[in-house]
Design a protein around this ligand. Structure first.
Ligand code: CAP
Ligand code: MG
Length: 420
């Protein structure tokens, strides 16, 4: 019988290390940890005659840490993984193990990748610096909106809402996560209409304006839609990375030069239970490896789950080149070598009253996105956009929002509505 437990084992530099939270179901934590190790690598429920010493000695992972609270660390030889393939990584480390009857709960907290594995990915094509150069916004946070209602507007109506937001001062306008090509709003018509008004808004404001159309679809169709955006002068595409799948995301990244905005709809189906599933930190790291340029990481203060510890460590994981181990946040040490930083996106239940505290908590390398917090303004979309931009300007100047609101009526109306 192969022994997978070795508490004195120290991971080799070129191994992949995973941290799990394990809740056994009627067996010891040690036995459960061994089963997680074998089921995610070379083993199965019983010994097999086809196993050999060569395989065991070269490919077996080592469980090197087992804490009473269920925290377990496993070091995996790199040859267990196909370089450059996220699907194969997850089929191993985050595949069958979640369904084993001998576990009550299992959560993949983080994965630390060695240089050879990191180097097998392209990472972001543009990253933070590329986005700042393209948008001509060298320092301040970017502000954006999501056209609302999520679905229902025609392509022309959609373009008009975007135009109102851009001329009010918003930098980036995105499609909502479930808006793709609808009977009432076909993708190609929306691209043509919205980019036309983007050009108009740029001329009127003298500012760079960005449209992020949602290309989410079957993979070949997605590539066609990205090409259509390119042909019509769009610089960005948006994609729902979880629902399209990791393989499709790698294909998209490798077949378009557009800036990729990554929406994470559906992540909470497996990321929000602290005792079961896959952490958002793992999702974020896989997204950075594959090469999205900006990624939703949460707001701390908005409508979606995700507290300061999670959101702030996600921000660091996306922005920095060296991530120290953070036991409290279940984040493993990670060097990012030549993988560019990803621009954080903070979105979900935000209004201008949140702007300063999010920038204070995270930093200025962030896209602040306001859906209801823009189009829900008492005086409509354009006033909402003006209020949002005023909140960003106040934050950048270090002026308290309430003070700034005294001389900026659109911001005052937003604060009166949403902070009283
Ligand atoms: C925000 C949003 C975004 C969420 C996604 C929505 O709209 O467009 O999809 O922010 O959540 O549909 O809810 P509101 P997350 O500003 O009107 O809330 O960023 O956590 O993935
Ligand atoms: Mg949305």
């Amino acid at each position: 019988m192969i022994n997978y437990i070795n508490r004195s084992y120290r991971p080799k530099k070129d191994e992949i290390v995973a941290e799990f939270y394990i809740e056994p179901n009627g067996i010891s934590l040690e036995k459960a940890a061994a089963h997680v190790a074998l089921e995610s690598s070379i083993g199965t429920w019983t010994a097999v005659s086809t196993m050999s010493k060569r395989i065991a000695n070269t490919l077996k992972p080592h469980v090197f840490e087992i804490k009473k609270n269920g925290e377990v660390k496993i070091a995996y030889p790199l040859d267990l993984f196909e370089l450059g393939s996220i699907p194969q990584l997850l089929s191993s480390i985050a595949g069958n193990v979640f369904g084993m009857k001998i576990l009550k709960k299992l959560r993949l907290q983080d994965i630390s990748f060695p240089k050879k594995y990191v180097d097998s990915f392209k990472g972001p094509r543009h990253g933070i610096n590329g986005i700042r150069k393209l948008t001509k916004i060298p320092k301040r946070p970017l502000c954006g909106t999501i056209v609302k209602p999520k679905l229902g507007l025609t392509a022309k109506e959609h373009a008009k809402v975007a135009y109102e937001a851009w001329t009010g001062g918003i930098d980036v306008v995105k499609d909502d996560e479930n808006l793709t090509s609808m009977p009432f709003n076909h993708f190609k018509e929306r691209i043509r209409e919205t980019l036309k008004l983007r050009d108009k808004a740029e001329k009127e404001t003298g500012e760079k304006k960005i449209y992020m159309p949602n290309v989410t679809a079957e993979t070949i169709e997605m590539l066609d839609r990205a090409d259509y955006v390119t042909q019509h002068g769009g610089e960005y595409i948006m994609v729902d990375i979880i629902t399209v799948g990791w393989g499709a995301l790698e294909t998209l990244r490798n077949n378009t030069d557009r800036v990729i905005h990554a929406h994470r709809a559906e992540h909470a189906a497996f990321s929000r239970d602290p005792k079961h599933g896959i952490s958002m930190n793992v999702i974020a790291k896989l997204s950075r490896l594959i090469g999205v340029d900006q990624l939703h990481i949460g707001t701390i203060f908005g409508k979606m789950q995700g507290g300061p510890l999670e959101v702030e460590s996600l921000y660091r994981e996306m922005e920095d080149y060296f991530i120290p181990q953070n036991g409290k946040a279940h984040v493993l040490e990670q060097k990012w070598y030549n993988i560019k930083p990803v621009l954080a996106v903070s979105s979900g239940g935000l209004h201008p009253g949140h702007t300063t505290k999010i920038v204070k908590a995270l930093g200025k390398n962030v896209v602040l996105q306001y859906g209801g917090g823009c189009h829900g303004h008492p005086d409509g979309t354009k006033a909402g956009a003006i209020a949002i931009r005023q909140s960003v300007d106040a934050t950048t100047k270090g002026i308290p929002l309430k003070t700034y609101a005294k001389t900026h009526p659109e911001l005052k109306k937003a604060l009166d509505l949403w902070t009283k």
